[in-house]
Design a binder for this molecule. Structure first.
Ligand SMILES: Cc1cc2nc3c(=O)[nH]c(=O)nc-3n(C[C@H](O)[C@H](O)[C@H](O)COP(=O)(O)OP(=O)(O)OC[C@H]3O[C@@H](n4cnc5c(N)ncnc54)[C@H](O)[C@@H]3O)c2cc1C
Length: 507
C-alpha cells in the first residue's frame, strides 16, 4: 500500500566545525527554507579542532554546487592551490615522489601509460613516471594556473585537477556566512543533554546548558571527537583500526609564511610517523603525526620544531585520535559526519572529502520522518566501503616501505586487510589495480604510491609490445617536452595567488 510521505521538517546540526557548516550549507542549498528549518548549535567555549587545511579536488564539486566564487573563497580563507602531495623519505630515506591530481596522460593503444613507462624502465630509461604528469611538471616549478587557462590557450596538457589549502577556522567562518544568508539559524551554547523519545529511541531534542530545548526530526552529529549523539547517547560502538594504522597522535604548529608558496602539500616520513607542511598565504601549517607506541610526545614536538622552514608563530598543539569509525554512521534519526563519524590520519587529506560524500549520500537518500531502516542500512553500507577503501590506500603508504626504524618494521609485518592484500597481489602480477566499490582514489593515485614507494609489478601489459619501441620513445619524449613547455608558461604560484586572490583579511 502506498504511504503518505511525511517529509523532514526540522533538521538540527549539532556542532559547527568544518563538518557542521558544510552540512548546513549543502542542506540549505538543496532544501531551501521554509520547507525545512535548519538549525545549527555550536559552542564557542568548546571551539573546533582547528586543523584540516588540505583538500582533494572533489571539493571543487562542493564549491560548484554551492556556487562559490573561487577567487573570493581563496581570498577569504588565506588559501593557496594544491596540485598534489610531495612525499619525501617514504619508500626509504632520500626517496622523493609526487602524488599529483591527474593521470599520466592518455592511454596509448588503449593501455594506461604506466605500462609503457614500465617497459621503458626495463629497457634502462631512468626517467621517473612523474615526467608524464602535468601536476608534477607545474608543481616542481612552483607554478600554477587552473587547467581552463591552459585549455583556453589551445594547449592539450590540461588533464589535471587541483584542490586548495586553507585556514580551517576561516573556512568554517566562510561557510557560516553562506549558510546564514540562506536561512540557517545558528545557536550558540553548550549541549548539556540529548533527549530520547522513549517509544522510538530516536533523538527528540537537544537540551542546552542554559535550558533551551531544540527539537528536531533529523539530527546531524557534527560534534567532533565527542560524538555526543551517535556515540555518547545512542551508544554506537567505535571500530578501532589502530592495529593497521598505528599513528594515534599529532602535534601541530604554525610557522611564518615561506616563499615561494609551493602549490602542493609536503609529507615527510619521520622515524615514528610523518610530518605535514601546508603553505597558506599568512602562514605555513605544520604537523607531526606519530605513533605513541614508537616515540614520546616530547620527542615528537622536538622533531617537528627542528624541521620548520620559517619562524614558529604559534604554540604546539597536541591532538590525540583513534583511527577507525562508528559501526554505524546513521542510526535511528542521527547521521554522524566528520570526526564524530570516524577519523583516519590526514596523509591523503581524505576527511573533508568523506564529509562531502557523506552529505551527498544523505541528500540522495533523504529519509521521511518514518526513517525506514533500509535507507540507513544502504547509507551505512556505502559509507563503510568508502572508509575501508581509504584505509587500504593509507596502509599502502606504510606497509611496503623499506625504512629501518621500528615503526616501519612493524608496518611491514602487521596484518593488512584482505582487500589490500589482493590489490597488491594483482598489481605485482599484472601492473593493473583492481578498483572496488566506493574507491575515493582512482588507478593513477594507486600507481603513484606503488611506484613511488618502489613496489613494481613483475610485468607490464603485454599489448605494450605491439608498439614499436621507437614510437614509444618518440611519444614519451614529445609528451615530456610538451609538459615542460606548458609548465614553464604557467605563472608562478606565488604570483598567481598574490595577484588573483590575495587574502581579504589581515594575517
Ligand atoms: C591532526 C589532524 C590533521 C587533519 N588534517 C586534515 C587535512 O589536512 N585535510 C582534511 O580533509 N582533514 C583533516 N583533518 C580532519 C579535519 O580536521 C576534520 O575532518 C574536520 O575539521 C571536521 O571536524 P569536525 O567538524 O567533525 O569537528 P570539530 O572541528 O571538532 O567541530 C566540533 C564542533 O562541535 C561542537 N561541540 C562539541 N561538543 C559540543 C557541545 N557539548 N555543545 C555544543 N557544541 C559542541 C564544537 O564547538 C565544534 O563546533 C585533520 C584532523 C586531525 C586530527
Amino acid at each position: 500500500m502506498e504511504m503518505a510521505a511525511t517529509p523532514i521538517k526540522r533538521i538540527v546540526i549539532a556542532g559547527g566545525g568544518t563538518a557542521g557548516w558544510m552540512a548546513a550549507c549543502l542542506l540549505a542549498r538543496f532544501l531551501p527554507q521554509p520547507h525545512a528549518e535548519i538549525r545549527l548549535v555550536e559552542s564557542d567555549e568548546i571551539g573546533t579542532i582547528g586543523v584540516g587545511e588540505a583538500t582533494v579536488p572533489l571539493i571543487q564539486q562542493f564549491n560548484g554546487v554551492l556556487g562559490l566564487d573561487e577567487k573570493a573563497f581563496v581570498a577569504a580563507t588565506q588559501g593557496t592551490f594544491k596540485l598534489g602531495i610531495q612525499y619525501r623519505d617514504w619508500g626509504e630515506p632520500g626517496n622523493v615522489h609526487f602524488h599529483g591530481f591527474g593521470d599520466y596522460g592518455d592511454t596509448i593503444q588503449g593501455i594506461a601509460p604506466h605500462h609503457h613507462w614500465l617497459k621503458l624502465r626495463r629497457l634502462g630509461d631512468p626517467s621517473p613516471i612523474e615526467d608524464w604528469s602535468m601536476p608534477f611538471a607545474a608543481a616542481s616549478r612552483d607554478r600554477f594556473a587552473p587547467p581552463q587557462m591552459i585549455e583556453a590557450d589551445g594547449r592539450d596538457s590540461a588533464a589535471y585537477k587541483y584542490a586548495y589549502h586553507f585556514d580551517a577556522g576561516l573556512y568554517a567562518r566562510y561557510l557560516r556566512g553562506y549558510a546564514e544568508a540562506r536561512g540557517v539559524t545558528r545557536l550558540e551554547g553548550k549541549i548539556g543533554e540529548v533527549e530520547l523519545d522513549p517509544a522510538s529511541g530516536h533523538v527528540a531534542a537537544l537540551r542546552l546548558e542554559d535550558g533551551r530545548r531544540i527539537e528536531g526530526d533529523l539530527f546531524i552529529d557534527c560534534t567532533g571527537f565527542a560524538a555526543l549523539l551517535i556515540g555518547k547517547t545512542l551508544g554506537v560502538p567505535y571500530v578501532d583500526w589502530s592495529d593497521m594504522l598505528p599513528c594515534d597522535r599529532a602535534v601541530a604548529v604554525a610557522s611564518a609564511r615561506h616563499d615561494p608558496l609551493t602549490p602542493y602539500t609536503r609529507s615527510t616520513a619521520r622515524a615514528a610517523g610523518w610530518q605535514w607542511r601546508i603553505p597558506l598565504q599568512h602562514r605555513t601549517g605544520n604537523g607531526h603525526v606519530y605513533s605513541s607506541a614508537f616515540t614520546s610526545d616530547d620527542e615528537a614536538i622536538e622533531t617537528l620544531l627542528a624541521n620548520l622552514d620559517g619562524a614558529r608563530v604559534s604554540e604546539p598543539r597536541m591532538l590525540r585520535f583513534t583511527t577507525g569509525h562508528r559501526a554505524k554512521f546513521w542510526h535511528r534519526n542521527v547521521v554522524a559526519l566528520g570526526l564524530a563519524a570516524g577519523f583516519m590520519e590526514p596523509l591523503e587529506s581524505s576527511s573533508i572529502q568523506i564529509i562531502q560524500t557523506g552529505l551527498a549520500r544523505l541528500i540522495d537518500y533523504l529519509p521521511d520522518r518514518d526513517f525506514d531502516p533500509a535507507i540507513a542500512d544502504e547509507y551505512n553500507r556505502l559509507t563503510g566501503n568508502e572508509y575501508a577503501r581509504v584505509r587500504d590506500f593509507l596502509i599502502l603508504h606504510y606497509c611496503r616501505s623499506r625504512r629501518p626504524e621500528p615503526l616501519w618494521q612493524h608496518c611491514r609485518t602487521m596484518p593488512i586487510p584482505d582487500a589490500l592484500r589482493h590489490k597488491i597481489a594483482v598489481w605485482e602480477a599484472s601492473g593493473h589495480v583492481p578498483l572496488l566499490s566506493e574507491e575515493s582514489y582512482q588507478e593513477p593515485s594507486w600507481v603513484s604510491i606503488f611506484i613511488g614507494n618502489g613496489v613494481l609489478p613483475r610485468r607490464y601489459d603485454p599489448i605494450v609490445d605491439q608498439l614499436p619501441i621507437e614510437h614509444l620513445r618518440g611519444g614519451m619524449n614529445q609528451r615530456r617536452a610538451a609538459l615542460a613547455r606548458d609548465a614553464e608558461r604557467l605563472p608562478l604560484h606565488t604570483l598567481f595567488v598574490d595577484r588573483v586572490c590575495p587574502a581579504t583579511l589581515a594575517a
